[in-house]
Design a protein around this ligand. Structure first.
Ligand code: PXP
Length: 240
């Protein structure tokens, strides 16, 4: 079965719109858990625009499924991750003015720094994923710095014009095949929806997808439990 990580950042975005307590993040996480998600994903951004430090703390104590922390590889957030010790960290690029994570991490361009960061997490028993564009050199660099996983950025596929979709899908397939050949576990995420998921979920060797915006957007109309379940149904039908 391909695992589902539900990214609940947007529940926190709604809460932060009023700086109050509703909607409650832990309740959202528990509904995802009960609906069958195997993981909760949150991105603790340096600007704290949605997820707050206490959210990560609380989730790490209260979840029965895995916690995946998306983060920039900067000292402040690395120190928090070492204190909380989620099951996995997914290293992402972060740019203060972006609406969402725009591109993949340039692992090839910062090998020495990332090698140290990965080694530190490995010593602490935390597995590390690299959120990268589907480029072979970024896959090679991820293997070289000692990552356990790559999460291939599916944004270009999700946003592609109809005539470019097959090409973008092929880039994902090539990068995934290469990643598996390098001994990496292959995950995928960004811009995936209940409508565009199937071709990605059919890529051989896919371990996990992380989906946020579409699930939370669908939840407004059909409820969070149903929104998670409809994604799980697609994953189940594509699982080997
Ligand atoms: N994976 C990573 C590494 C991300 O940065 C994001 C966005 O925060 C997602 C998955 C989820 O993307 P979306 O909200 O478009 O489903």
């Amino acid at each position: 079965m391909i695992d589902l990580g539900v990214n609940i950042d947007h529940v926190a975005t709604l809460r932060e719109a009023r700086k109050g307590h509703a909607p409650d993040l832990l309740t959202a996480a528990k509904i995802c858990e009960l609906a069958g998600a195997q993981q909760i994903t949150v991105h603790l951004r340096q600007d704290r625009r949605h997820i707050q430090d206490h959210d990560v703390e609380l989730l790490s104590q209260a979840l029965t499924v895995r916690l995946n922390l998306e983060m920039a590889a900067v000292d402040e957030i690395i120190a928090i991750a070492h204190r909380i010790r989620p099951h996995t960290v997914c290293l992402v690029p972060e740019n203060r003015s972006e609406i969402t994570t725009e591109g993949g991490l340039d692992v090839a361009g910062q090998r020495a720094h990332l090698k140290k960061v990965v080694a530190g997490f490995n010593e602490a028993g935390v597995k590390v994923s690299m959120f990268i564009d589907p480029e072979l050199r970024q896959v090679d660099a991820s293997a070289a710095v000692g990552a356990d996983y790559v999460e291939l950025h599916t944004g270009a596929y999700a946003n592609a014009k109809q005539e470019d979709v097959v090409n973008e899908l092929n880039r994902l397939v090539d990068a995934a095949t290469h990643a598996i050949g390098c001994g990496l576990i292959f995950n995928a995420g960004h811009g995936l929806t209940v409508r565009n998921l199937r071709p990605v979920a059919s890529i051989p060797g896919l371990n996990e997808v992380n989906i946020g915006h579409d699930i939370i957007a669908r939840a407004v109309f059909i409820g969070l439990e149903n929104a998670v379940k409809e994604i799980l149904a697609v994953l189940q039908s594509c699982s080997p």
